[in-house]
Design a protein around this ligand. Sequence first.
Ligand code: SF4
Length: 422
Amino acid sequence: MSEPTGRFHVVTLGCKLNQFDSAQSEAILRTRAMEPTDDPRLADVIVVNTCTVTGRADAEGRRLLRRMRRLNPRARIVATGCYAERAPDELRRVTPADAVVGHRDRARLPQALLGVDECVTAPLAPSLADRSRGWLRVQEGCDLRCSYCVIPQVRGPGRSVPADEVVAQLRTFAERGVREVGLTGVNVGAWGGDLTPRRRLADLLEAIVRADVGLRIRLNSLEPRTVTDEILALMREHPRVLVPHLQIPLQSGTDSVLARMSRNYRTAFYRERILAAAAAVPDICLGADVITGFPGETDAEHDATVRFLESLPLAYLHVFSYSRRPGTRAAELPGQVAPHEIKRRTTRLRALGARKGRAFRERLLGRTLDGLALHAHGPCGATRVLTGNYVEVLVPGAPCGEVVAVRLERLEDDLVVRGALA
Ligand code: SF4
């Protein structure tokens, strides 16, 4: 067996699922005693894990691959991820990548990364956002067909990691000192639908709670139709395990645009789920994804979306400018909105999101909440503590890696919350 040694540099674009995939690439490289380097000029292998959810992500992937070659003419450069899956020939043609490996080709990844033919198995590696906080892929792919979305094309149909495997992986994370794990996937709420017998996400969460793995679990993003009363009840009963935070993609606040997006719900249903979550889970942080400038979106539809969002108890908004994606039905729709108008609508919604973020934090001032003290510090040396309901608090002297009780004391202009150990 050849023993390549050396250094690697991994750049990740896109979502938490991509971050998880990058951690697996690193694990493969480490099986050959290779070490990471922050400096691509020193690397023997460079991985650019691409995203293709927007045209801008594609451009950034191409730009990075070319830049890595300029910085390091001798390194082996490997392009992975969703762009590599969607248009491998395009990437081979227009970038200096030595290898292009898409999701369906993952079995070829070790060969591409290490330049070796033999089979290489790497232990599952947590993708760590911080030494005490990471992401675990529990689901992959999506069976829905939203008209603007390229993800089902690149990540395939919905597939679930069996519950006992998830619990075993969570135990591994806990043994490595991780204290919080975010469950990630493309459509996490659809977990279990492909298993025999069919299961539901609530079943997985019950298994995690029963297993008592000693971790905080952050559910992150759930499609509206998958936010069930069973899941909300579990979050209410086990707030120290299933932390009170949900991001529920809305995309538009009008039924007319939701219909053109082929989303599987309408505004009344979305409102009912948001109000159900707010009523069921104390202090829950609710976020929403919104797309501006979807083809044909009129001023009136945009204004209605703003009014709809203003009327909901949301704590933040993730606002995306519509991006025309090859191979999607929306790309062929009439009434593509002018870029300057999309920009104006995006700015307006982001300002609304900031107002909601401020109001959410103001309501929590004076309260004492549990938070995970991250291995990171703010400008004044105070420890960054992340509460269950997704508020970052700067707390002097909080012990990194520990779950602590913090009192939220004051809110600064830039939405930074100052606090103290309770
Ligand atoms: S739910 Fe819709 S937007 Fe989300 S990944 Fe599936 S098809 Fe794309």
